[in-house]
Write a protein that binds this ligand. Sequence first.
Ligand code: UDP
Length: 430
Amino acid sequence: MTFSEPNHWPRRVAMISAHTCPLSVPGKYKAGGLNVYVLELSRELSRRGVAVDVYTRLRDPEKPEVVWFAERARVIHLVAGSPQGRCGDTVLFEHLPGFVDEIAQFAVQEDLTYELVHGHYWLSGWVAAQLKGRWGTPMVQMFHTLGQVKNLVAQDGTPREPPLRIETERWAVGQADRLIAVNSVESAQLIWFYGAKPEQLHIVPGGVDTLLFRPIPKAQARRHLELEDGARVVLFVGRLDPIKGIEVLFGAFARLCANHSSGPCRLLVVGGDRDRERDKLQALRETAAGLGVAQEVQFIGSVEQQHLPCYYSAADVCVVPSYSESFGLVAMEAMACGTPVIASRVGGLQFTVQDGHTGFLVPPRDLGALADRMGCILRRPELAARMGKAGVERAREYSWARVAESILAVYGELHQVARLPERDKRAATF
Ligand code: UDP
């Protein structure tokens, strides 16, 4: 089947991203890889002739209800709780029944028929399952992160994911016709922790835009960022969430600086909302000061994706010290820009980064191993160059076009199911 055919399936998909808008700038508060994923997937589906309506919670009453971002893809902002600013997951959950009503009403007003509903994250899993029930459409679900897994790696002082999340995830797994995991680890976690059936699962790794994320000559990138004092550059990019392990990086970076053998170094921290995450940034500044590296650590705040290639290219090494990560878009983007990556040996990072080839994998929370590996890359430019080159080659295999084709193949499996009478659908799905 080619997608120029007028009868391709599905023609219209309801993409649900209740808690965060794909048009939000990633790196701030909760916006990150999920936002990038929904945006890129929807764009690629649109290119293939599929109309995509991304439903998300209205956060800014000044914003238009509908925003088009591709020829056939748009975001629809609908009310779910107070439309003013932030809303925690548990509070938002209470407003989801109203959000489902809003979506159903919007579809009636616009005379829209969806052939498939695709949920992202646990909150949208609940919404997608409700819409499946109302519309009788098949449901595809992707969690991006799992509450059980987050709780497993949480240490003292880190807030635990509530039982509501875990129960809802388990319920949504049971409702979904297909589940997308980004690698075999996530697939196994869905089976082990949530009782997913192997027949429900498909593995589709994430993507990277290699037209945007490509190497810029280091000297040029550094000139642009005014980093020309000769110091070696270590880079962190991501949300300021404790699970990202940024404090471990600070500790390792302080060791690296104390060791002196790598020469003067600076650590750039990209991410965080300078206005609304002031407290987190202040706490991190204090941590850096306590470790004696206040001068060397520079907080940039969040940076729009179009400017990120300059940061990745200016860096000697990009560090992803997360305690848990389902895929690790940052690692792939850095590789696409020709920068070696040191990442924790957890979740999807183990598949994204090839240990010893495109960078190094280190045990999570291991300051010593991280400092050693950083020193190794900073002291050996020829190794860094080789790893950078290998990263660029590796990233070429991970286009968003390939992600969209794989997801369309999953959707395609549900075409037959969608055509069956209601009573036969469940039996035919598994
Ligand atoms: N990102 C960004 N600007 C920032 C920080 C992050 O655009 O200031 C983007 C980054 O390019 C990546 C995403 O946010 O695409 C983070 O995805 P990742 O999978 O690494 O982490 P997640 O947010 O999903 O935990």
